[in-house]
Design a protein around this ligand. Structure first.
Ligand SMILES: [Ca+2]
Ligand SMILES: [Ca+2]
Length: 511
């Protein structure tokens, strides 16, 4: 006869066995498919410690991540040198020349190709992943219903950690070309309406700022127990203008010790059109900075924003380490394009020079222990085919990018693709040695990026490179798809409630 006590013991044993089996199968499922932590940083150039674009940059969290084992792509390129087209290309998997998305005003939802094909997060969702997003991932657009498209339709869960659209500056200390203010002093002579630069300390402390909110959201999500592998998209808005971050980040850099960049004053003289005229001139921002002797202040402001976003990134990295997911999560960190801070006599983005086409690009696979600095010219466009390959999802064969997963496993693997960047006015083709640029208006440039990393000497007329130029030209897309004419204005002072809920129903795909 079995006593009551034994039955109890048996029941408990069965319960434990069942629980451990459930636990095991959940673990096994998680082990089978890696999670993806997909982190975009807006307008970040190579002024980060792993890339040494500016040795003054203080980015301990990027350092920590890359030093703990990651591939740092030194020649990573963006498919397009400005926010909307870059993000549209990376997330749709199609170059601007294929989708017809060349400008921030072009919403990829009106590209027939994008209407027929799931974007990267949609593809993960269709294939068994739970997808969630916060912050800036897709570019914002107005929709035909008078609403705003933040890209919510692309994710299973979507939220925006922002009370307002921007953090507010403390006007006592603001510098702004449009407002005509320098360090809080407003004067008519400081005003330059055409220039877009502004910086200064926020009214709010760090814990109230937008990107902190995004990071804190990610931290909380990483404490959840997901029953499916996740694709978590985290989009930081800084160092995008305006450079408003808390004072503590400006204080990290002593203005008296900020080093100026070496700018070649006649750098633009060797880029000429068919009539022999100089194609580019110094921009309004560059002239404003020169006039008021603000180059060191601008450099410090950008660096302060870089350190701010690095701190936000650190919150996410620490949360991942503390979660149960660190051993089975692929981390991808990318900037949507680079940024000029005086080089080629300009500020801002949207050029085809290295400053704009080469954003930071780091990938960490579970188990990586070494820092690998790769010279391979990998494009952010390659992320779509690569991530689906790493997650062992079905291949998608109409994408423009190429699977670079072999470079993550063996960095010296053969890689035949240059980095191609398509802008509204031309194409850039980057190899490990040369950088070729061709504008739609016909002008061309060629730089030896090994011996001339600043791209000061345009070699396009040098006959020694005839053969190379011919080869590089072959990578320029043969056709440029026309942009859709559908454009809609965003509602004025839009808020989260202006999100257009109708788009999701148009995004139905077969598995
Ligand atoms: Ca951007
Ligand atoms: Ca030059």
């Amino acid at each position: 006869m079995i006593c009551l006590n034994s039955i109890k013991k048996l029941k408990i044993a069965i319960l434990f066995l069942t629980l451990s089996l459930i636990g095991f199968s959940a673990f096994a499922q998680k082990q089978q498919k890696p999670n993806i932590l997909f982190i975009a940083i807006d307008d970040l150039n190579d002024w980060v410690s792993p890339l040494e674009g500016n040795k003054q940059a203080i980015t301990p969290n990027m350092d920590k991540l890359t030093k703990s084992g990651a591939v740092v792509f030194k020649n990573g390129v963006t498919p397009a040198p400005i926010c909307g087209p870059s993000r549209s290309a990376i997330l749709s998997g199609f170059l601007p020349s294929t989708s017809g998305v060349y400008a921030n005003s072009h919403d990829m939802l009106y590209s027939e190709l994008v209407q027929k094909n799931p974007t990267l997060p949609e593809y993960f969702s269709l294939n068994g992943y739970h997808t969630l997003s916060n912050g800036k991932m897709f570019h914002k657009h107005g929709t035909k219903n008078g609403k705003t498209d933040f890209g919510a339709w692309a994710f299973d869960e979507f939220s925006r950690a922002r009370r307002y659209n921007k953090d507010a500056v403390n006007n006592k200390y603001v510098t702004s070309s449009k407002a005509g203010a320098i360090n809080g002093v407003v004067k008519l002579e400081y005003k330059e309406k055409k220039a877009k630069l502004s910086w200064g300390p926020t009214k709010d402390k760090f814990e109230k700022t937008v990107d902190f909110g995004v990071a804190d959201w990610a931290r909380k999500q990483l404490q959840r127990d997901f029953d499916k592998p996740f694709f978590m998209s985290v989009g930081f808005i800084k160092p995008h203008l305006p450079w408003f971050v808390p004072q503590e980040f400006f204080d990290m850099y002593d203005i008296n010790k900020i080093e100026d960049l070496i700018i070649k004053e006649d750098d633009l003289a060797d880029i000429t059109n068919a009539q022999g005229k100089q194609k580019f001139k110094p921009t309004a921002e560059y002239k404003w900075i020169k006039k008021h002797n603000l180059s060191k202040e601008a450099t410090r402001a950008y660096l302060a924003n870089v350190s701010y976003v690095d701190k936000c990134l650190g919150i996410v990295m620490d949360a991942l380490e503390k979660s149960g997911y660190a051993d089975n999560t692929i981390i991808v960190i990318w900037g949507d394009h680079g940024w000029h801070l005086g080089e080629k006599q300009r500020y801002l983005k949207n050029t085809l020079w290295s400053e704009a086409v080469k954003p930071p690009f780091f990938v960490k696979l579970p188990g990586m222990e070494k820092t690998i600095i790769s010279d391979k010219t990998v494009s952010l466009l390659d992320l779509y085919p690569t991530l689906i390959s790493l997650a062992n999802l079905p291949k998608k064969d109409n994408l423009d990018g190429h699977d670079f997963s072999k470079l993550l496993k063996n960095p010296s693997s053969n890689w035949k693709y240059p980095g191609v960047t398509v802008s509204a006015n031309g194409t850039s083709v980057l190899t490990e040695k040369l950088h070729y640029i061709k504008y739609l208006s016909g002008e061309e440039e060629l730089y030896d990026i090994v011996n001339d990393p600043h791209e000061w000497n345009n070699l396009i007329k040098d006959s020694r490179y005839k053969k190379e130029i011919k080869e590089l030209k072959k990578w320029i897309p043969k056709k440029r798809k026309k942009a859709s004419k559908e454009r809609y204005k965003k509602p004025k002072n839009y808020v989260d409630a202006d999100q257009d809920p109708t788009i999701k129903a148009t995004r139905v795909f077969k598995k």
